[in-house]
Design a protein around this ligand. Structure first.
Ligand code: OOB
Length: 554
């Protein structure tokens, strides 16, 4: 065709809007109840910088930032990123360990109206490129090294794999990239107002099916969750909150986490290691009052506390969550520690439950707490979606003032994970006590909760099927005395059986988080199928797990 008027220039693919939409009636209700107050991250951070200027906000390594210094650093970084050509609303992948730069970078992004996408330090090119594509990110910011890993080659791979990534900023020796310390811009360039109902960042889902999903959280909803958490966890301006788990994870970020601590004007201490020796020294030095841990670490700490040289008597609250703390382990903690135990059952998608600090021991030992909000709408249903009575286990579905209504850019996951009336299907099997406390019984879908790190069985199976010597694979969780659960891959070999170590090495080389490498590999001759045909993957995994556990007992 030769009609020039009908020719259009190729346009860049439009970027999918970030949104999170609650029904109008709920919006009105959450505002009227005072949960959503129209605050934004930038506004509260500016306010704290002005009001608590000289107080110490963040301690990491040998660095200390006062609230005023944190504000200045955030302005410099935020304005510097805009000067590089980024625009408010652009999505920026942030990947740091528990180091000094992490919090100023995130605050800088908030100041600039840029959208952080929180990667964990363990993530590698497979995960990072997936986040970059799904989020349509235009920048990547990371530290040079963490835990012996150099992030610059990863940045190079990312730029090659995802052309939308136009900017790379590295804290440390930046080589061909932009150095974090070189960023500079005028604070006047920062937007002075942002929409509190808008999405402020993208959090990463634990991922039960396939790769992790992106979780859009708004200013209003997230700020409510940690403001209310502060109240339930006893965080005040005098508190010292330690982040010993990866700071980008939702638990140490917002339950009440370092964001809650900054909101309260308290002090945040980033511990680069969760190992008791290092963390105890920091607790002593900074007089830490509150810390959040996963169960295996909590038990390790309780053990170490009995013979430590360090004075950790400042610790008032140890929170434990991310994976189930069984009553016997909870008892060991309560007996071994000279502080309060708080159970935390939460999810990056929203709902967080806490045992209350003044709850009776029986509740603290035996339940995973109750929801933050009176408006957390909890539904527990049977396999047919019918509500079950209190005391009966069922599927947990939730809706509420800080629980998302949908993932970003993932229709299939939304169809699977949300009911027609907007409730999030958590995949957790729980029962509710008469007092409204939840007891986690297990999971309905197949992911492995490895010491709080979530691994999707499907993601690892898909990967294993790419190995030339793997005919079929099923990945299951196996109870583990230390990790809670470990991952076991059952593999049917194609031709000659490869060595288990070779498979593990190969998985590691595919460039994904090390915690996803199967802990154990078991070769099978065949997988059972029923007479009618193939059984579901779910049944197959259950069957393999069962048989494995029975054999272990013999
Ligand atoms: C937290 O968040 P995610 O998104 O990494 O994982 C959520 C899932 C839950 O659906 C549940 O299966 C499991 O982790 N989980 C627990 C638990 N806490 C989380 N299972 C049993 N007992 C618990 N106490 O893990 C998270 C987010 C905010 C606060 C705390 C944990």
């Amino acid at each position: 065709m030769n009609n020039t008027s009908s020719q259009t220039l190729p346009t860049a693919p439009t970027r999918l809007a970030l949104q999170q939409i609650w029904p109008d009636a709920l919006v009105a209700r959450y505002r009227a109840a005072g949960y959503w107050r129209g605050e934004t991250f930038a506004a509260f951070l500016r306010d704290r910088a002005a009001r608590f200027g000289d107080d110490i906000a963040v301690v990491a390594d040998e660095s200390r930032y006062s609230y005023a210094q944190l504000g200045h650093e955030a302005e410099r970084i935020g304005a510097g990123l805009l000067a590089q050509g980024l625009e408010p609303g652009d999505r920026v992948i942030v990947q740091f360990g528990n180091v000094a730069e992490f919090i100023p970078v995130v605050c800088g992004l908030f100041y600039a109206g840029l959208i952080p996408v929180y990667a964990l330090p363990a993530h590698r090119i497979t995960e990072i490129s997936h986040f970059a594509r799904k989020a349509q990110a235009s920048a990547y910011i990371a530290g040079q090294y963490y835990a012996g890993f150099d992030y610059r080659p990863l940045a190079r791979e990312l730029v090659n794999a995802v052309p939308d990534i136009q900017h790379v900023v590295i804290a440390g020796e930046a080589q061909e990239f932009t150095s974090l310390s070189a960023l500079d811009g005028h604070p006047d360039a920062l937007p002075d107002r942002q929409d509190p109902q808008a999405v402020a960042f993208l959090q990463i889902s634990g991922g039960s099916t396939g790769l992790s999903k992106l979780i859009p959280r708004t200013h209003d909803d997230y700020i409510y969750s940690f403001r209310a958490s502060n109240e339930l966890c006893g965080i005040t301006r005098n508190s010292v909150y330690m982040t010993a788990l990866p700071a980008a994870h939702n638990f140490p970020m917002s339950s009440p986490g370092w964001l809650g601590a900054l909101y309260a004007g308290a002090r945040v201490v980033l511990s680069p290691s969760a190992e008791p020796g290092a963390a105890f020294a920091l607790i002593e030095r900074e007089r830490v009052t509150c810390v959040g841990l996963v169960p295996p670490l909590a038990l390790l700490w309780a053990d170490a506390a009995t013979h430590t040289q360090h004075d950790i008597s400042s610790l008032e609250v140890m929170q434990v969550g991310g994976a189930k703390l069984v009553p016997e382990a909870a008892r060991r903690l309560v007996n071994g520690l000279d502080c309060k135990l708080q159970q935390v059952f939460g999810m990056a998608e929203g709902l967080v439950n806490y045992t209350r600090l003044d709850d009776a021991n029986d509740i603290i030992l035996n339940t995973q707490g109750r929801p933050i909000s009176p408006d957390d709408d909890i539904r527990i249903v049977d396999d047919n979606g019918q509500p079950v009575p209190d005391g009966t286990a069922g599927h947990l579905q939730i809706s509420g003032p800080y629980t998302i209504r949908g993932y970003h850019n993932d229709e299939a996951a939304n169809a699977r994970s949300f009911t027609a009336d907007g409730y999030y299907c958590t995949g957790d099997i729980v029962k509710r006590t008469q007092d409204g406390y939840l007891i986690v019984q297990g999971r309905a879908n197949d992911h492995i909760n490895r010491a709080g790190e979530k691994i999707s069985a499907e993601e690892i199976e898909d990967l294993l099927l790419g190995h030339p010597a793997v005919f079929d694979a099923a990945v299951v969780s196996i109870p583990d005395p230390y990790l809670g659960e470990r991952s076991c891959a059952f593999i049917i070999a194609r031709g000659e059986k490869p060595r288990a170590v070779a498979i593990k090495k190969w998985v590691r080389e595919q460039g994904l988080a090390a915690f996803k490498v199967p802990d154990q590999i078991v070769f099978a001759e065949a997988f059972d199928t029923t007479a009618v045909g193939k059984i579901s993957r779910r049944e197959l995994r259950a069957q393999l797990r069962q048989r494995f556990l029975e054999q272990e007992q013999d």
